[in-house]
Design a protein around this ligand. Structure first.
Ligand code: BG6
Length: 294
């Protein structure tokens, strides 16, 4: 077991993605400067418990700055899905394809905290004509937590939506359930956009699933026969559950065969009613993830 914190800057060979590789007493993680996106988080084995890879990551990585990286925890900002009035703008906003600045690192034997920032410039204004600064802190220790701070640095208010589009690794999507969405309203993005309400205590999977749940409690548990992953994001009112299943996965160029069996996206954010942020104000959101092997 490592008693000191390790940190290394690397550029991945084919994709040229700039990443930060860290290791401490509890975990190993890889974080890309593109999108301030955590790509890999592996809890080390301890007390007879085997190691555990928490996040799913596609083997097909894009060239840095060109396209979104599929896997880990991308940030959708400042809109979710297609832009509401300009469908030619990038799906899920631009934060996930921008190169963020690594501002601060705190490295200790039992944890790393990395803070990244992204601020408006001429380029971001071609997509979204507002002055802003984002800060994202990624805490990697015995648990994984993310904090997002959105600051309106301009002189007019703006609205935005966002989601942490987390790809969680599961043993098999057929054996996976999500708890925490009982009695919660949702929009089924695959069928009529009418609101539905989940009455079942848990959600299981037998087909493509793409739902936006709103006014959730912000506490979820992903269970499969080997593990449970708890996600707490109480200041994020909405959650998205997504798995493309076989047919849609086959149409996604960056998803290898059968990869859809090995993940579920449980995304925390604010989508249904966008956030209104007055000039010179800021707002913070948190997500906390823990994993237990069964
Ligand atoms: C989910 C959406 O959040 O992301 C889906 O609800 C979408 O509709 C999926 O297909 C993947 O989006 P993308 O842009 O990363 O391929």
């Amino acid at each position: 077991m490592t008693s000191t914190a390790k940190l290394e800057y690397r550029t991945l060979a084919e994709s040229q993605l700039d990443v930060i590789c860290i290791e401490n007493q509890y975990c190993e993680a890889i974080i890309a400067k593109q999108g301030a996106q955590i790509l890999q988080y592996r809890l080390k084995s301890s007390n007879g418990r085997p190691d555990k890879t928490l996040l799913w990551l596609s083997q097909h990585l894009p060239q840095q700055g060109q396209k979104a990286i599929r896997g880990g925890i991308p940030l959708c900002f400042p809109w979710f899905g297609a832009h509401p009035v300009q469908p030619n703008l990038p799906a899920h906003g631009f934060a996930r394809t921008e190169i963020w600045t690594l501002e601060h690192i705190q490295a200790e034997a039992h944890q790393h905290n990395l803070t990244f920032s992204l601020q408006s410039d001429e380029h971001t204004k071609t997509n979204w004509n507002h002055d802003f600064q984002l800060k994202m802190t990624i805490h990697c220790g015995e648990d994984l937590s993310l904090t997002l701070s959105v600051h309106n640095t301009g002189i007019t208010p703006f609205t935005f939506s966002f989601a942490w589009h987390s790809y969680f690794a599961v043993s098999d999507i057929h054996d996976t359930q999500i708890l925490g969405l009982e009695n919660t309203a949702y929009i089924d993005q695959l069928h009529q956009q009418n609101p539905h309400r989940q009455t079942e205590p848990s959600l299981s999977f037998s087909a493509e699933t793409d739902r936006i749940y709103y006014q959730t409690q912000g506490h979820y548990c992903i269970q499969d026969p080997l593990q449970q992953i708890k996600i707490d994001s109480p200041d994020c009112p909405d959650a998205v559950v997504w798995n493309p299943w076989a047919n849609k996965a086959a149409r996604l160029a960056d998803m290898q065969d059968h990869a859809w069996l090995g993940f579920v996206c449980l995304e925390s954010g604010q989508i249904h009613t966008p956030v209104q942020l007055p000039a010179q104000h800021n707002v913070n959101f948190h997500m906390h993830i823990t994993a237990d092997l069964l």
